[in-house]
Design a protein around this ligand. Structure first.
Ligand code: ZN
Length: 64
């Protein structure tokens, strides 16, 4: 169960709109998904950065 962001009433997880006040319930969900996507992007950027640093290190080691 989740609660309506507008009126605070309990609504079903599958409901697209609040059955009490009619407020759309999909916005809250999509915002959470966007936040999760941002976290994934930050983690991927960190992994990519580590790969570049390690790649440069091994290239530098190989050159000497
Ligand atoms: Zn509501």
């Amino acid at each position: 169960m989740k609660t309506c962001p507008k009126c605070g009433c309990e609504v079903d997880d599958e409901d697209q709109f609040c059955k009490f006040c009619g407020a759309p319930l999909t916005d809250l969900q999509s915002k959470q998904e966007i936040r999760q996507m941002e976290h994934v992007k930050i983690i991927l950027m960190l992994i990519l950065f580590l790969c570049i640093v390690l790649g440069c290190y091994y290239l530098w080691q190989g050159g000497h």
